[in-house]
Design a protein around this ligand. Sequence first.
Ligand code: GUN
Length: 282
Amino acid sequence: MAQIIDGKAISSQIKEELKTKVGALKAQGVEITLAVILVGEDPASQVYVRNKKKACEYIGIRSLSYELEETATERQLLELIEQLNRREDVNGILVQLPLPKHMEEQKVIRAIDPKKDVDGFHPQSVGALSIGLPGFVSCTPAGVIQLLKRSAIPIEGKRCVVVGRSNIVGKPMALLMLRENATVTIAHSKTADLPSLTRQADILIAAVGKPKMITAEYIKEGAVVIDVGIHRDAANKLCGDVDFASVEPLCSAITPVPGGVGPMTIAMLMYNCVESVKIQEK
Ligand code: GUN
């Protein structure tokens, strides 16, 4: 029987730790503020933003909410970001993605002051991660590291295969595993004979975006399997990139969907908001 890695419990533990820290900072007169910007009415984005604001409230972080119409111009959004960059009482700025098609995502991300980039998406944050300098780390991959560490799963010296090379998950995930001294391979949609590669993995991280693609034939017996995907299957049930039913009997530990990696993203966003105080002191 595989160990089921409980992301809900681990994210709650992190949030409790942060709540205590934020309380201590408040006692010293330090208040943390996160500005959350949502453009348009994408229902999934609305849910994410609501949950981020709820987490802030729980932990004791002040959240400011900016909702722009779908038809807002890129210039309007950039001006809002510039205003928030200048405000000393704003520690973190988060622009919920995806943005409407008439806006250039990379340009918007670059407009955020790297010292307030709590999503860790700014090229400066990504560059800092790649050369081992301090900076914000993308929340979902940072959450995966916490899941492994807090489940006492060793990373150093292990063979890790990351399937997926997105800027938000795959690439920073590989860099973080490298920082933890794993031997890392990044696989993607053009990788030849993917199952024979993933069968070498002690730790397999699936961030492909294809429901239940990773089946038993991709798994080495005893591997640790981390599933970053979230989809709805034909029966409208939540599922991941991993075919849990066929993979679970083979591995030593696995994250479920839901309740694995998912809850970690917001916990790590809260962590980054608390870290922002230190980063801004420098
Ligand atoms: N859209 C999907 N995931 C994310 C995330 O982690 N941050 C932001 N800003 N937008 C997202």
